[in-house]
Structure formats: C-alpha cells, structure tokens
Design a binder for this molecule. Structure first.
Ligand SMILES: Nc1ncnc2c1ncn2[C@@H]1O[C@H](COP(=O)(O)OP(=O)(O)O)[C@@H](O)[C@H]1O
Ligand SMILES: [Mg+2]
Length: 315
C-alpha cells in the first residue's frame, strides 16, 4: 500500500446526511486532484500502473458513475486492464492489506460488515466466494447511529460523536428494548423510533434533558446497539462452528464493538480480526486490495462495464 488518499465531503454536514446530487458533484471536483495526489504520495507516475481498480457498486449512482467513467477513460488511455470492485467485498478484504504486519483471517471466516448503508453477517470461503448469512431488515447500524445522533442534535456523521460521548457515560442509565427478529437478522428502525419517543417524552418534562444527560444517553444507545451486534455474531458462530470472526465497514471504527470483540477472544474462545482504523470507513486502499487479488486471477472488466447501485456481497 503506497498511498491511500481520502477526500472527505464536508458539504453534507449542514444537511444532516448525504445529499446524493452534491456527493456526485464533489466527486467530479475531487477525482482528478485525488488521483494526482495518490500518485505523488506513492512516488510513481501513471505509466507505472498495471491496472485501474474502481468501485462499481453498491452505492449512490451519481457518485459511482463519476468513478466508473474516470477509470474507464484512464485505463483506456494507458492501455491497461480495468477492474470493477464490489464495495462490500472491499470492506471485508481490507483485512488483507499490509498482511505482513498483522495476522489475517484464515478461510473460512465470518465477517460482520457494519456501515452507513449495510449490516450483514457474511461467511467468506475464499477471496471471492462470500455468502450472506443474515442482514438488516430495515435500517443499517450506521444509519441507526446517525439518526439517533440527529435526534440528539449532533452533527452528521453522528456515529463517531455518539462513540465519543459514550466513553464518558453510564451504559446502563437508560434501557431500550432490542428487536425480535431471526437469529441472524437485524432491525434498527424500531430502536430509532424508541429513542425518538423517549427523548420527546423526557424533553417535555425537562427541556435540558438531552444536554444534561448526553453522555449517559449516548452510552446507553451504544450499549444497546453493540449488545445486539455481539449477540448476532454469537448466533452465527454457533450456527456455523466457525470461530474466526472479523468486523468491517465504517461502524467497525467504533471503540465499543472493537473492545467487546477483543474481549470475546477470552470469554468465547474466538479468534478475532479488527481492521486498522484507517481501513474502516470508506477508503481507496480497500478497493486496491480487491483489485490486486482480481489482477492475480486476470479477472478484468470490459470497457462497456457499468456501475450498479445495488450489488450484493456475493455478486
Ligand atoms: N466510531 C464510530 N462509531 C459508530 N459509527 C461510526 C463510527 N465511525 C464511523 N461510523 C459510521 O460509519 C458509517 C459510514 O460507513 P462507511 O462504510 O464509511 O460509509 P458507507 O456506509 O457510505 O459505505 C456512518 O454511518 C458513520 O456514522
Ligand atoms: Mg462503506
């Protein structure tokens, strides 16, 4: 991994969530300078490249099209192969970046992929054979974090802020009920509504309730969410007898899930794999690592390839 340049889009914070049209425009502005910066940091030039990997989906169509069109043009101009990468596979295979400096999960392993758009438990048999064992029936975990944060008046993305406040609070201060769904399925929309009603009720009694109890509220929300995640992983291990457990995706940056998973090595006898912090939220290195494994297999895309907004981890 020679360079991993990430351009953040501040524009969305004032709207309290990602505005698709603004995201595509920001991609359009950022893509040329970001690629130039990546080459510069890596200390290489364009003609040193052997292939171009890009995200073909899933995601917001406008943003995907910017990357797809740019990559097709670059690959064609340089006369090198083009490699379309599945964003969900990339989160998981991020565990294989810098594989000489840490232990990588052996096949088969389980991965809990948790992000702003997805929540799924995946069984990984080899680099490209993946199977979804369970997923969310409604909101994703990251969405639950971001929407709860919005209710509390915290800025977008709220996940990291809830995590920060939670560290100072009492996780048992307030109780939220957990959803009743299948052993490997998730549901977070009920929790979001429960939090909304709870806050509305308390604020009626005390207008300063959120301000006075912010750390305890955040800690209680986080405790509820992470307990659900741990329970589901436990169910998946029980069902598959696979004891190698990884986490991936933006929410795997969360301090509580990282801590609880690490503890499970002792309490549950699992072997766990926690990604480096910089490979948790969306990044270029994770697309690069999938590109690398596909390159070894000569798995290339034609220049007629197109972006796909909906793409499962096994596609
Ligand atoms: N420390 C954290 N705790 C909880 N959620 C987090 C944390 N850091 C990032 N997130 C959440 O991760 C999500 C972003 O995930 P990511 O994979 O980068 O994006 P996307 O879902 O768009 O692919 C957001 O919902 C964000 O709030
Ligand atoms: Mg992501």
């Amino acid at each position: 991994m020679l360079s991993n340049v990430v351009a953040n889009q501040e524009i969305h914070a004032q709207y309290g969530g990602v505005v698709p049209e603004l995201a595509s425009r920001a991609h359009q502005q950022n893509i040329v300078p970001v690629v130039q910066q990546a080459l510069q940091k890596a200390n290489i030039v364009k003609k040193d490249l052997s292939a171009i990997a890009f995200t073909k989906g899933p995601g917001l169509m406008g943003s995907l099209l910017v990357g797809t069109s740019f990559s097709k043009s670059l690959a064609q101009a340089l006369q090198i192969p083009l490699i379309g990468v599945n964003h969900m596979q990339a989160h998981i295979l991020a565990h294989f970046i810098d594989d000489t400096t840490h232990s990588v999960p052996p096949f088969p392993f389980l991965c809990l992929t948790i992000s702003g758009g997805h929540t799924e438990i995946v069984k990984i048999t080899n680099f490209f054979k993946m199977e979804i064992l369970g997923k969310t029936l409604d909101d994703a975990v990251g969405e639950a974090y971001d929407k709860s944060a919005k209710i509390l008046g915290l800025r977008y993305p709220g996940g990291p802020l809830i995590d920060q406040h939670a560290k100072e609070g009492n996780p048992l201060a307030f109780k939220f009920t957990k959803p009743k769904v299948g052993a490997l399925d998730f549901s977070f929309s009920g929790l979001k509504t429960a939090i909304l009603y709870f806050i509305q009720r308390e604020v009626k009694q005390n207008p300063n309730f959120v301000k006075e109890n912010l750390n305890d509220i955040c800690a209680s929300i986080q405790h509820t969410i992470v307990s659900i995640l741990m329970e589901k992983i436990q169910n998946a291990v029980k069902q598959t007898s696979i004891k190698h457990v990884a986490i991936a995706g933006g929410v795997s940056a969360n301090s509580e899930i990282r801590k609880r998973l690490k503890e499970s090595e002792k309490t549950m006898g699992w072997k766990t794999y926690i990604p480096k912090f910089e490979y948790t939220t969306d990044n270029a290195a994770m697309i690069g690592i999938v590109g690398y494994y596909k390159y070894l297999e000569r798995s290339f895309d034609a220049n007629t390839t197109t972006a796909t907004a909906r793409l499962k981890v096994d596609e």
